[in-house]
Design a protein around this ligand. Structure first.
Ligand SMILES: [Zn+2]
Length: 242
């Protein structure tokens, strides 16, 4: 092991529509190594003397692998820190409260039964595993329900001449949804814990960006026409507990 000789610096390379941000750490080593960490960090460990261009080239060559790693880690983080993942705890789904029941079972799965969210796991004391199961379950439902609602909301835009977007799940620490590039909207899977009419509001908001990328007057005019009560839904969302 050698210690880095400089502070990590952040750099970016463009790969198709994706931007990969990476840190550069110069080390006394022979070969360039790229690591992807669970907290969304891409670190290039670089031998002294390599140029930034050469490193960027390597990052681009490994872009498919890097993006796959980031995608994989993305689905497991960040966990709401306040949760303990033990029986009796309150968890949310579509704005309703459910009591968590952690049950030992080799056939691992999550099931909603009445007012209870049953998590069947092989080791109930492993909170990380319980959390992971619940996240996967929430994501599955998020994917299904967001797709349905996007179709319904999109029907309101059918005369606007915009193409049906790709919907992607993306955990974002401070946002419910985002419109980042033409034809794609990002939705935070955590949104599945809020009421359906809040989910619809976020989807409608992002869909209106297909026509108006910025929050100008045209944007709000369209949003109000498609969803006259959007402000009420937005206020409710701001009170959401996860
Ligand atoms: Zn917006």
């Amino acid at each position: 092991m050698t210690s880095p000789t400089t502070q990590p610096q952040s750099h970016v390379v463009q790969f198709g529509s994706k931007t990969i941000e990476f840190e550069l750490v110069f080390e006394d080593r022979r070969l360039l190594k790229i690591d992807v960490h669970p907290n969304d960090r891409v670190v290039a460990h670089v031998p002294e003397g390599k140029t930034l261009d050469a490193v960027g080239e390597r990052v681009r060559k490994r872009a498919v692998w890097i993006l796959r790693q980031l995608d994989y880690f993305e689905q497991f983080q960040p966990l709401p820190p306040s949760k303990q993942y033990v029986s009796g705890e309150t968890h949310y789904y579509l704005g309703r409260q459910y009591r968590l029941k952690v049950i030992e079972d080799r056939n691992q799965r999550v099931k909603l039964i009445g007012r209870y969210l049953h998590a069947f796991v092989s080791d109930p004391s492993d909170k990380g595993k319980v959390a992971e199961r619940l996240q996967l379950w929430h994501r599955q439902h998020a994917r299904r329900i967001f797709a349905q609602r996007t179709e319904q909301c999109f029907a309101k835009l059918k005369n606007e001449g915009v193409p049906f977007p790709e919907v992607k799940l993306r955990r974002m620490p401070t946002r419910w949804g985002s419109y980042s590039r033409p034809g794609t909207i990002l939705l935070n899977p955590e949104l599945i814990k809020t009421p359906l009419y809040c989910i619809e509001y976020v989807i409608m908001h992002e869909l209106c960006h297909l026509k108006h990328p910025n929050h100008g007057r045209g944007f709000y005019r369209l949003l109000t026409r498609c969803m006259p009560d959007w402000e009420r839904r937005k206020s409710r969302l701001e009170l959401a507990i996860l």
